[in-house]
Design a protein around this ligand. Structure first.
Ligand code: F6P
Length: 461
């Protein structure tokens, strides 16, 4: 049987609980198959040489972790600069926040070349290579240039924007050409596949051989949606574990006479947090019965804090939370409990289970696994309601959630009120349908479907 080699920028020890959708999903997938996980060690070496990073390997159960350090210059230009200053905002439709500094691209190329150079000697001829996310788009092209003929798949965890937004990136043609060095390119949602098809047709003159095969740059690539899922059994077990049940009991006691709403996000401008707080404010203004009752616990974990746009969004969010609390708070009640820290993953299911409403309202999101976790954590006999942005990839699958347009803060407030008042029978019906779909398309389905499709491709086609 072929060995699975997973490559991603962020990696985590699969024996430990990790934070962030990508690391959790890949940890779950690799735990099942075993193999190698290659990526950045998380260490930034202040005085290192660009393009040179020390390698470390360790065994974690059936997974070999092979990691590389980044020097400060590479970290700043590859990770903070090009990945999170150019690709992240543009792929999330935020041209206004992109920083097209011409210096970043060299670092992005250099780190992808270094990853290829370090990975190449570790590869066996029949390894299946699965590369993840926007940091590593050119990795297959680099490996091919070094003579790699293995099957290589790529999965984009974030959205792919429409052609005219993508075209704002000065290197857009090179980026998409790089995708043709893979045998299979996976996206989260059908909308992303359509954007890819339109881009390659309009900008690269590609020929669509069928809805999933495209020929351009002398290569054929298969492109398809594989919506990522969670490990439902693992999350249910986490929900029943002591830490989670303790959290649930404490929250239920504290909010016995009140209504709890939760939001759990990285503090990222794509998550629509200021819009969410504004919607919550409208809820308190327009439906006064919620005053002294509805309480929003908003966890916003620190993320990419040295990128300016992240510092700005934090300031804006904190201003809005402070204003709502100042205007509506009572001596014994505060409407928003804002937490700017990472909360242990073990406590999250209990918090979700105690909530009447889960708010997952990004302005744009590849999938959003918190939406799925919120549903799985619920008590089927008395489930909470998921309010979900129509602009999250998850909305293509989770039709029984209450879908909202997060830019319409008045409309969102009305839907939150609807969620708070939803009768038990309707909550149960919606929850059951959502849970069925989340269970069917779980993380194991995702891994198997992607790897099956990759094994069907002609390597080097
Ligand atoms: O899921 C999208 C993603 O950008 C992953 O690639 C990443 O690991 C995660 O979000 C968290 O971001 P970061 O690795 O920058 O902390």
């Amino acid at each position: 049987m072929s060995r699975l080699v997973v490559v991603s920028n962020r990696i985590a020890d699969p024996r430990k609980t990790a934070a962030g959708g990508l690391a959790v999903a890949l940890g779950e997938a690799l735990k099942t198959t075993g193999g190698m996980w290659f990526g950045w060690s998380g260490t930034v070496v202040e005085a290192g040489t660009p393009g040179e990073g020390e390698m470390h390997t360790q065994q974690a159960g059936n997974v070999t972790l092979a990691t590389v350090d980044l020097c400060k210059e590479d970290h700043d230009s590859f990770y903070l600069g090009y990945s999170n200053g150019v690709l992240w905002p543009v792929f999330h439709y935020r041209l206004d926040l992109a920083d097209f500094d011409a210096g970043y691209i060299a670092g992005y190329r250099r780190v992808n070349q270094m990853f290829a150079k370090k990975l190449m000697p570790l590869l066996k001829p029949d390894d299946i290579i699965w590369v993840h996310d926007y940091h590593l788009i050119p990795l297959a092209a680099e490996l091919r240039a070094m003579g790699c003929t293995n099957r290589i798949g790529f999965f984009l965890h974030i959205p792919l924007p429409p052609p005219l937004i993508l075209a704002a990136i000065p290197q857009h043609e090179w980026l998409i050409r790089s995708l043709f060095a893979y045998d299979l390119v996976g996206f989260q949602a059908e909308a992303d596949v359509q954007h890819f098809a339109r881009y390659v047709g309009e900008e690269a003159g590609a020929e669509a051989l069928d809805p999933h095969h495209f020929r351009a740059f002398n290569r054929t690539v298969r492109a398809q949606a594989f919506p990522i899922g969670i490990d439902v059994n693992e999350f249910q077990a986490l929900t029943r574990a002591r830490e989670s049940m303790d959290m649930f009991e404490r929250m239920r006691e504290e909010y016995a006479r009140r209504r709890l709403l939760v939001g759990i996000d990285r503090l990222d401008y794509s998550k629509g947090l200021p819009h969410r707080i504004k919607a919550f404010r409208h809820l308190l203004t327009n439906y006064p019965e919620n005053r002294n009752s509805a309480t929003l616990i908003q966890i916003a974990s620190p993320s990419r804090e040295s990128v300016d746009a992240y510092a700005d969004i934090r300031q804006q969010l904190e201003g809005l939370c402070g204003a709502v609390n100042g205007d509506f708070g009572e001596l014994d009640w505060m409407p928003v409990r804002y937490i700017h820290r990472t909360v242990a993953r073990k406590r999250i299911p209990g918090l979700c289970r105690a909530a009447r409403v889960g708010l997952v309202t990004p302005l744009r999101d590849g999938m959003n696994l918190v939406a799925k976790e919120f549903v799985v954590a619920q008590d089927a006999a008395d489930p909470g309601v998921l309010v979900l942005s129509r602009f999250a990839g998850a909305a293509e699958q989770l039709k029984e959630a209450l879908l909202v347009n997060p830019y319409d803060t008045h409309g969102t407030a009305e839907v939150i009120q609807q969620a708070l008042q939803m009768p038990l029978e309707e909550r149960q019906r919606r929850h059951q349908k959502l849970l069925e779909r989340i269970r069917e398309f779980d993380v194991h389905w995702w891994r198997k479907a992607f790897l099956q499709a990759l094994s069907e491709t002609e390597p080097g086609g």
